[in-house]
Write a protein that binds this ligand. Structure first.
Ligand SMILES: [Zn+2]
Ligand SMILES: [Zn+2]
Length: 94
């Protein structure tokens, strides 16, 4: 079992799989790594694959990151929050 975290410690975890390759802390601007020497300031982009999900309106394609398993919509919602915390109104337009 190993642990990992970003430089400031906001993002951290432990387990046998290692950190998601795309994990990136918006606060300290580093990747999430198992050793303090490994932190990088360059973000690794999410890599999406498309899965089909059953909805009330039938099957729909859903883009999901193969590293962190979050959906594209979730990731984009989080990005909008962290990048523009001063303009909550803007998030309401689609
Ligand atoms: Zn951090
Ligand atoms: Zn990801």
């Amino acid at each position: 079992m190993k642990g990992w975290q970003c430089r400031c410690g906001r993002l951290k975890g432990f387990g046998s799989d290692g950190p998601a390759a795309c994990a990136f802390c918006e606060v300290c601007g580093t990747t999430v790594e198992t050793s303090p020497e490994l932190h990088k300031t360059e973000r690794r982009p999410h890599e999406y694959y498309v899965e089909t999900v059953e909805t009330d309106e039938g099957p729909k394609p859903l883009s999901r990151c193969k590293f962190c398993y979050r959906t594209k919509a979730e990731i984009e919602a989080t990005n909008a929050e962290t990048q523009r915390p001063m303009n909550p109104q803007e998030g309401k337009t689609t």
